[in-house]
Design a binder for this molecule. Structure first.
Ligand code: SAH
Length: 224
């Protein structure tokens, strides 16, 4: 009969340990949705940044991903995900896929994810990462996300990962009744993170607090 080694603890690789610590930090900062925390533990954020930045991937900071863009801070990703309230049967639209990290978190939680990114090279890399993770229920396209993606509408939730001067109307049009849009709205320095719940009559707008995002550039966002 084979015997198990009794000495020593199981070794956990440093990036997994760093990810566990990141999740603990998120919990202590107020992220309490169990599925969001599970997704943050499941998706290896270090695969979404350049190799030279991998050891910093689990710090609570945005990091550069090229083209003047950033991968959002883990807390912001978790917070937006929690606000969106993604359920297993949901079909979700994401605007500003960037590295694809938030896309992967949503893909872990939802039935289907449609993501739009305006910079072709970022979209291509994000798509590669989806394949690497085995997510075949994610579609990414290169386009102006402020117009939404009418072909697959309506969506149960829409998450915008870039700051806009206003709430783009096409996005509200592409939500189901009861669906939620999470979007940073403000000037180019600071925004308020809004959660808009679509209703038959007047939409419900909740302000989740201040945030800082790169610009949403497009027809219903900032002009370049
Ligand atoms: N969730 C991403 C955030 C990337 S930063 C991540 O964590 O990696 C925001 C992204 O929005 C950038 O990649 C930028 O190119 C993209 N973006 C800005 N305006 C856009 C638009 N109108 N349509 C689609 N993507 C847009």
């Amino acid at each position: 009969m084979a015997t198990q080694p009794q000495n020593g603890k199981q070794r956990i690789d440093p990036l997994t340990r760093a990810r566990q610590q990141m999740v603990e930090r998120l919990r202590s900062k107020g992220i309490n949705d169990a599925r969001t925390l599970e997704a943050m533990m499941a998706i290896p954020r270090h695969l979404f940044v350049e190799e030279a930045l991998q050891t910093r991937a689990y710090d609570d900071h945005p990091l550069p991903i090229g083209f003047g863009q950033t991968i959002s801070q883990p807390f912001m990703v978790a917070w937006m995900t929690q606000l969106l309230g993604v359920e297993q049967h949901h079909r979700v639209l994401e605007i500003g896929a960037g590295s694809g990290y938030q896309t992967a978190i949503l893909a872990y939680l939802a039935k289907a994810v449609y993501a739009i990114e305006r910079i072709p090279e970022l979209a291509r890399k994000a798509q590669q990462r989806m394949e690497q993770l085995g997510f075949d229920h994610v579609l990414i396209k290169v386009a102006d996300g402020t117009l939404g993606w009418a072909e697959y509408a309506p969506y149960d939730g829409i998450l915008v990962a870039a700051g806009s001067p206003e709430i783009p109307n096409p996005l509200l049009d592409q939500l189901v009744i009861g669906g939620r849009l999470v979007i940073p709205v403000g000037d180019d320095k600071q925004q308020e993170l809004l959660r808009v719940t679509k209703r038959e009559t007047e939409n419900l707008i909740e302000d989740a607090g201040p945030c800082v995002f790169v610009k949403l550039i497009g027809e219903h966002g900032w002009r370049e």
